[in-house]
Ligand binder design. Structure first.
Ligand code: CO
Length: 285
């Protein structure tokens, strides 16, 4: 077994998104444009309604998957496929935007903590113009494994014989939310060919001899195992891995395709109301 060491540390940038929501972004910033197959990682975490109350009114996506994991709070999702989702603490939402979706994500609370992650996963060329799909799972549907003091919540992939509900055939994404008690360690096998990273969001942790601060993403180098040790306050982090697509990426905002003409097409389709192939109904009522 070769443990993976840290290849790059990326501290989150505070960015204003949607109608005025503050997010901590790591993947999708100048220091880390993409981390194939991952295109973007936003962490939202605030007690201040001014940071989130404006939400994300109707906006388009084409060419990839969005995966939202709520830690705390309550959001409502509506999309052009006609889905109306209720996203509550501990739940996840997986949306394959593919050929085109217009959706909104709006807070259903006026105070209190709102916390979670949004991850964008790229689609291979052959899937970018396929039909959109939507899946939503409440916290009860996500397996939790307690092992030597570690608590592992499985969103996608397999840990200790348990499997998360999201199955991704294109990039085989594994997504775990891991809590470690103070001064304990966690090790896990990782596919040697997969891209992998850790994002720390509570306490403190160390990989090899390098400390990873809160709100920092650690890109992992080559190897087939991950070993993380928690500091004196314990640690909570997400561990992600996925098979790289190794295709050209041309991104313009919410559209991620392989070529410039495909991006121009996306804009043209959006401007002429053709982004959504089959519109269920008006998203906002
Ligand atoms: Co969106």
């Amino acid at each position: 077994m070769t443990p993976r060491s840290i290849q790059q540390l990326v501290h989150a940038l505070a960015i204003t998104e949607g109608a005025g929501v503050t997010v901590h972004r790591t993947i999708g910033t100048p220091r880390l444009r993409h981390l194939d197959p991952f295109l973007l990682l936003d962490h939202f975490a605030s007690n201040d309604p001014d940071d989130y109350i404006a939400g994300f009114p109707d906006h388009p996506h084409r060419g990839f998957i969005t995966l939202t994991y709520m830690l705390d709070g309550h959001m409502e999702h509506r999309d052009s496929m006609g889905n109306r989702g209720d996203l509550r603490a501990g739940g996840i939402q997986w949306m394959k935007a593919a050929s085109g979706v217009i959706h909104s994500e709006m807070p259903q609370q006026t105070d209190g903590l709102m916390r979670g992650f949004q991850l964008w996963i790229n689609l291979p060329a052959g899937e970018k113009m396929s039909d959109p799909q939507y899946q939503e799972f409440s916290t009860e549907r996500l397996p939790v494994v307690e092992h030597h003091g570690a608590r592992v919540k499985i969103i996608s992939g397999e840990y200790a014989g348990q499997r998360g509900p999201i199955h991704d055939p294109h990039t085989a994404v594994q997504y775990f939310d891991i809590s470690l008690p103070p001064e304990t360690a966690f090790t896990q096998r990782l596919d040697g060919s997969a891209t992998a990273f850790v994002y720390s969001f509570e306490g403190s942790l160390q990989i090899g001899s390098t400390a990873v601060e809160t709100h920092t993403l650690a890109v992992l180098g080559s190897g087939d195992e991950i070993a993380v040790s928690a500091g004196p306050q314990g640690a909570r982090f997400i561990l992600l891995s996925g098979r790289p697509l190794r295709e050209p990426i041309v991104q313009y905002g919410p559209f991620v395709m392989n070529t410039e003409p495909e991006i121009r097409q996306a804009f043209d389709d959006y401007q002429h109301d053709r982004l959504v192939k089959k519109r269920a109904r008006t998203v906002s009522e």
